[in-house]
Design a protein around this ligand. Structure first.
Ligand code: SAH
Length: 520
């Protein structure tokens, strides 16, 4: 289950949960599968290297070689420092030459008789010994040779255990330092201190972020969001002149859908990058659609990998999070732009707006806030203080809008710089109904504009078909009374959370109140 609440919400995980209902049936299915696997492994025996005996498992074969033929394979591997290839060649050499066990003892250090690449070819079909990792074989040597653990093996294990312990102590130390840092920061309100440990924590958070994208559910949700996916498709299919013979980079390719659109639109080469394990599915998907000649898939963070080309003509990416900037993935797109985009190249989508509108919805306000005054007869009003500062991601009914929308920020992905992704903006909401303003709603619009003969756009606002981004609602604990025709003026600040830069802090200054919301 995805631990990180990413910009597409946790419904993917919920979907998975739903799918796992009816546990009993599945358990039965699992059991059957296990039985099947056991049967299968039983039916695959291992032929001894030096005689015709068939053994039930690799470890039984090793034991047999040691007891009957006086050959300890782990010793041979270690003595000649065999890597995976050396080991495979040795097995095939023994099988093809049918050499006796004694020819393995007293071999010179070099050249070994199985040096030729010919010995990479398997002699037996489905030879389980070839599927065995020589390193593992050496590590388990103590238990599979004569039944007693050798002194060397014990030493090896002790060293490994000591190393693991040292690493664990190191981790504990980092956690200790980090906790001290966090407490200190909370007390003094300053940042900084033990940056190394903070950076490591960020790495862990990033791991959670990418693993949330490893689940298929979130990709299903994005692909099924037709407003989103068809906009990307229409932009590429309706503007083939932009793509013809171009090199395209897809930052965060997921299942590879945008890369495949680009390839179909005429791109010469598409490089698709994703750090999440979903890229392994993308590899199959690209092959299933015979696009492997056009699309090169690379697993890794765009910031960590090296592209096989120096420059690209176009960067495409679907990086948008709640209120556009949540998730901070645009940072990665800008990194790719600054490093790889050729002069005259373009990033798509290119223009993005963030908008606000006033909401008057007493019922929703009641559901979220007054609710805590009486919960099954208990007063939980203290919860309001915790609930209000959390922005709510939900679909807003267009009928509850009580102002015209206003754009508070426009971002041009071809020119914006990182520091501009945190900003303060004055806004003015033209009120259309005399009522109580219970919340402010935020959303974004996306434009494929630059150089397009056929421009494409989509909105995530309450007035149009809903998307998986829904809208972001900032509830006012105390509603503000407004009059039709009035201008409700305010100021909004959007900034990254210092300790979790993928989440946002949004501050409103409205009338004489200052309200800060988290979006996590
Ligand atoms: N392009 C796909 C997936 C979009 S979701 C689609 O439109 O359906 C965003 C994807 O970007 C996720 O799969 C995530 O793992 C990936 N991603 C986010 N930041 C990244 C980075 N810095 N480097 C590589 N991949 C990244």
């Amino acid at each position: 289950m995805a631990e990180y609440t990413n910009a597409r919400g946790n419904e993917a995980a919920e979907d998975l949960h739903e799918l796992s209902d009816g546990e009993e049936e599945e358990e039965d299915g699992d059991e059957e599968q296990w039985q099947w696997m056991e049967e299968e492994s039983d039916s695959r025996s291992v032929t001894c290297l030096f005689c015709d005996r068939s053994l039930r498992s690799v470890s039984a074969a090793l034991q047999h070689c040691s007891a009957e033929h006086r050959v300890d394979l782990a010793d041979v591997i270690r003595k000649h420092s065999l890597d995976d290839y050396g080991y495979i060649k040795m097995i095939n050499f023994i099988r093809s030459t049918k050499c006796s066990a004694s020819c393995l003892t007293g071999l010179p250090d070099a050249p070994l008789p199985w040096e030729s690449e010919d010995f990479l070819r398997p002699v037996l079909q489905d030879d389980l010994l070839l599927q065995t990792d020589p390193e593992e074989l050496c590590a388990s040597e103590g238990s599979c040779s004569s039944g007693t653990v050798s002194h060397d093996a014990l030493l090896h294990r002790t060293e490994a255990a000591e190393e693991a312990l040292a690493r664990a102590m190191d981790d504990l130390n980092k956690i200790k330092l980090l906790t001290q840092d966090l407490i200190l920061n909370a007390e003094t309100g300053r940042s900084g201190g033990n940056l190394g440990a903070v950076a490591e924590l960020r790495e862990d958070e990033d791991e959670a972020y990418f693993s949330s994208y490893g689940h298929y559910g979130i990709h299903e949700k994005m692909l099924k969001d037709k407003v989103r996916t068809e906009s990307y498709r229409d932009f590429m299919y309706r503007n083939p002149e932009l793509f013809r013979d171009k090199v395209v980079l897809d930052v965060g390719c997921g299942t590879g859908i945008l890369s495949m659109f680009a390839a179909r639109a005429g791109a010469k080469q598409v490089i698709a990058v994703d750090q999440s394990s979903i890229i392994y599915q993308a590899m199959d998907i690209v092959r299933a659609n015979q696009l492997e000649d056009k699309i090169t898939l690379i697993k890794g963070r765009i910031e960590d990998i090296k592209l096989p080309v120096e420059k690209v003509d176009i960067i495409i990416s679907e990086w948008m999070g709640y209120l556009l900037l949540f998730e901070s993935m645009l940072d990665s797109v800008l990194y790719a732009r600054d490093l790889y985009l050729a002069d005259g190249g373009s990033v798509y989508p290119d223009l993005c707006n963030i908008s606000l509108a006033a909401v008057g919805d007493a019922q929703k306000h009641q559901d979220h806030i007054a609710f805590w005054d009486d919960v099954y007869g208990f007063n939980m009003a203290c919860m309001k203080k915790a609930v209000v500062p959390e922005a709510v991601v939900e679909v807003v009914n267009a009928d509850s809008l009580i102002s015209e929308p206003t754009v508070i920020q426009t971002i041009d992905c071809n020119s914006v710089c990182l520091s501009e992704l945190e900003f303060t903006s004055d806004f003015c909401l033209k009120i259309t109904n005399s009522t109580d303003c219970t919340a402010i709603v935020g959303y974004f619009d996306i434009f494929f504009d630059k150089g397009c003969g056929n421009k494409v756009m989509f909105s995530t606002g309450p007035q149009v078909t809903k998307t998986h981004w829904k809208q972001t609602v900032f509830l006012l604990e105390r509603p503000v009374s407004v009059q039709a025709g009035e201008e409700l003026k305010g100021k909004i600040t959007v900034r990254k959370h210092k300790r979790d830069p993928r989440s946002l802090l949004v501050t409103f200054e409205l009338r004489d109140r200052k309200l800060t919301y988290g979006l996590q």
